[in-house]
Design a protein around this ligand. Structure first.
Ligand SMILES: O=C(O)[C@@H](CO)OP(=O)(O)O
Length: 247
């Protein structure tokens, strides 16, 4: 039996628009992002795909995206599960910093290492920073384990246990699963699903607001390449993400 997994990165956020490193800072969708989320819902509806359960991070931009898309697809009623394990990568001391200024200040190599290397996390964010989540009640259960910075490798290490404990259980039950999350938490999942190497994952960028559909076999491996529901817009969106900082 195969099952269907739909991945959706949140729409353009207020901080995507301002070109700031965001990570765990809980910003909202921009007007553009709200439009992208509704368009994602139209794409879902027109494709005939019917998500039966929604997974989101604990971040508002992902939750808003899922709600707007599901409303458009007339499926706002499906059950929802949320976890910090689907959150964006914690961007450490880069949270709140301008991407273009960071590129200028530290140069392209360091900038790319922080953004896209597999296992080099940015410097740790101080708990007293205005962009820290150390005192955010939604992460209280994590205690001292709450991240202060993360590499993609660390994101995989905290995301995969949830994939295995929860998401695959719904897939095994034959449900069509929608996961609405973030550029880097979805890169982590795509790396796992497509078996992408630690080096090659640097080249993969996920566009905002376009559903990416996988058919998975009984072992939760893709039966073929995943497909964006709007491939042209996805290619343009991924190129725009890759070019961030250069604006
Ligand atoms: O700022 C961030 O949290 C992420 C996603 O917007 O950025 P990047 O694409 O640079 O990893």
């Amino acid at each position: 039996m195969t099952s269907t997994l739909i991945l959706l990165r949140h729409g353009n956020s207020e901080w995507n628009q301002k070109n700031l490193f965001t990570g765990w800072v809980d910003v909202r969708l921009s007007e553009v992002g709200r439009g992208e989320a509704k368009r994602a819902g139209e794409l879902l509806r027109d494709s005939g795909l019917k998500p039966e359960i929604l997974y989101t991070s604990l971040l508002t931009r992902a939750i808003q995206t899922a709600d707007l898309a599901l409303e458009e697809a007339d499926r706002l009623w499906i059950p929802v599960k949320r976890s910090w394990r689907l959150n964006e990568r914690h961007y450490g001391a880069l949270q709140g910093k301008d991407k273009a200024q960071t590129l200028e200040e530290y140069g392209p190599e360091q900038f790319q290492t922080w953004r896209r290397s597999f296992d080099v996390p940015p410097p740790v964010l101080d708990d007293d920073s205005e962009w820290s989540q150390a005192h955010d009640e939604r992460y209280a259960d994590l205690g001292a384990d709450a991240p202060r910075t993360e590499s993609l490798k660390l994101v995989i290490e905290r995301m995969l246990p949830y994939w295995e404990s929860d998401i695959t259980k719904d897939l095994a039950a034959g449900k069509t699963v929608l996961v609405t999350a973030h550029g880097n938490s979805l890169r982590a999942l795509v790396k796992h699903l497509d078996g992408i190497s630690d080096d090659d994952i640097a080249e993969l960028n996920i566009p905002t607001g376009i559903p990416l559909v996988y058919e998975l076999d009984d072992d939760f491996r893709p039966t073929g390449p995943a497909a964006y529901l709007d491939p042209e817009a996805a290619a343009a969106g991924a190129a725009a993400v890759a070019a961030q900082g250069k604006k």
